[in-house]
Design a protein around this ligand. Structure first.
Ligand SMILES: Cc1ncc(COP(=O)(O)O)c(C=O)c1O
Length: 491
């Protein structure tokens, strides 16, 4: 008899259920030729005795194997390795392993995507993470959302709410969102103009793939949201950078370029431009819309954190103006609730949404219908509005608190303009200091740095006052070290 106690390795500490460990051990033994086709296995009772397990556990393991066609079970007669398993070359008897490690690289050529590294000097376990503008998920009504989710996904509702036809997003969420966007942003749309995505990034990607060809010209701000640039590069389009100043992207420059060459699209982040946090002025908004009509280009309007304004009301999106259907409007719940939710949306003319839907189907069949409907419920019940009111007040206070900390502790080392909204402050270090110094620190990590501009984003929304103070203190300590070191060297 085969030494089943060696053949089947059970690790009681493993997260893998024991019945699956039994199944995997037997599969490995079949694969390496120890158990050949047709070999009779021990009865579940006998195997359970040898392995000192409950018989039901072994039965489950056998059932799993039978479901995968590795064995045949003839009730009350025998259990045998399937006859249809091809005979595999026997291997040397050695330590049988439960899981086959994935050690080797794939040696067949495949496409390599050069990833944009967020921060080259990544600290492995920082005490403090200075993000680039995340919400404080501790304030978000995630519990309420999950309660509804659980209700919708419970057996009673499952069939009714099954995840069908979610390529465009559930009708409930699209309809709720159409009303919400009309009330908050003046968008005159219906659910047919909306595509629900896994966040704003997918909308940028879909727009790039459908609007841009290898020869297309797309204008972006300089500096810009790097992931968007990468997305346009992926579409092999020609990226033309136009400076962003305190009034946003320079529209005179856009006009000049349009007069010289065909521009297919302009990507703008009109509220709190990423990374510099400036808001596109009214005059430039009007001009951009006029240029779009005159030179027939599409505006991809990435309004990723429209909802957070502290000292003034937000400007209505370009998409709410008269734009001849030339604006693709992109939004997200990442900043409103939680980036981990992965729900965003695109608003566009119906014909474009239809094509995005068709393209999306190729890469991603659909979204989580339960979660989308739970979110629709949250919006309908006014919970999102209540949360936004609370979060806005809190983030406003945090922005002002950070402002006072920066002035008090870092005033002599940095310059910045306090943004009127959003979730981050764009900070530039004085010339004599270098960002690398901050990146080397082991106790904190700054997620988004722009070394060529000696600048970084300091997300204030996700940290409470104590956390903000700790982060600023750490930066101050590091900069003092640098100043002391430099002056010691001068002496
Ligand atoms: C300007 C900008 N656009 C798009 C995104 C992507 O957002 P999402 O998490 O919704 O995909 C981000 C994320 O931070 C962003 O900063």
């Amino acid at each position: 008899m085969l030494p089943y106690e060696h053949l089947i390795i059970i690790d009681k500490k493993s997260k893998l259920p024991i019945y699956r460990q039994i199944a995997l051990s037997i599969i490995n033994a079949i694969r390496n030729g120890t158990l050949k086709a047709g070999t009779h296995l021990l009865s579940s009772r006998e195997l359970a005795r040898i392995l000192a397990l409950h018989r039901k556990t072994v039965v489950c393991g056998y059932e799993e194997l039978e479901a995968q066609d590795w064995i045949k079970i003839v009730p009350r007669k025998y259990v045998a390795v399937s006859e249809h398993i091809p005979l595999l070359k026997p291997q040397n008897w050695g330590e049988p392993s439960i899981l086959i490690p994935y050690e080797n690289d794939l040696n067949i050529p495949f496409r390599i995507i050069e990833e944009h590294k967020i921060n080259e000097n990544t600290v492995s376990h920082p005490d403090i993470i200075i993000d680039d503008g995340y919400p404080d998920v501790r304030l978000s009504p995630i519990d309420d959302l999950l309660k509804t989710y659980r209700k919708l996904a419970s057996k009673k509702h499952t069939i009714k709410n099954a995840n069908i036809r979610t390529t465009q997003g559930t009708l409930k969420l699209r309809e709720e969102l159409a009303t919400y966007l009309s009330l908050t942003r003046g968008l005159n749309i219906s659910g047919d103009n909306i595509l629900i995505t896994h966040g704003a990034q997918i909308s940028i990607y879909l727009s790039a793939q459908l609007l841009l060809k290898p020869s297309s010209n797309i204008i972006v701000g300089k500096p810009n949201y790097p992931v968007a640039n990468k997305t346009f590069e992926e579409a092999q389009s020609n990226i033309i950078e136009v400076n962003v100043d305190e009034k946003g992207i320079n529209t005179d420059m856009i006009e000049k370029i349009c007069r010289e060459k065909k521009v297919d699209a302009v990507y703008v982040i009109p509220h709190h431009h990423y990374p510099t946090t400036v808001t596109l002025s009214v005059e430039r908004r009007i001009k951009l819309l006029e240029l779009s009509k005159q030179f027939s280009f599409v505006i991809i309007e990435d309004d990723y954190d429209y909802d957070y304004h502290y000292t003034s009301s937000p400007y209505l999106p370009l998409a709410s103006s008269n734009h001849n259907g030339n604006v693709i409007y992109i939004g997200s719940f990442s900043k409103l609730l939680d980036p981990a939710l992965r729900i965003g949306f695109m608003v566009a003319p119906k014909n474009f949404i239809e094509q995005c839907k068709a393209f999306r189907k190729i890469i991603d069949v659909g979204g989580d219908g339960y979660m989308q409907n739970a979110l629709a419920f949250l919006i309908k019940e006014g919970e999102l509005k209540r949360h936004l009111k609370k979060a806005k007040k809190c983030y406003h206070e945090r922005r002002d608190f950070l402002d006072s900390l920066l002035k008090e502790k870092l005033g002599q080392y940095i310059s910045y303009n306090l943004p009127t909204g959003g979730m981050a402050v764009w900070i530039t270090l004085n010339k004599e200091l270098s960002l690398e110094q901050l990146q080397r620190n082991e106790s904190f990590q700054i997620i988004r740095t722009y070394n060529e501009l000696n600048s970084f984003r300091f997300g204030f929304a996700s940290m409470n006052e104590q956390e903000l103070e700790c982060a600023v203190n750490e930066i101050e300590k590091e900069l003092i070290k640098k100043i002391t070191y430099s002056s010691d060297h001068v002496k």
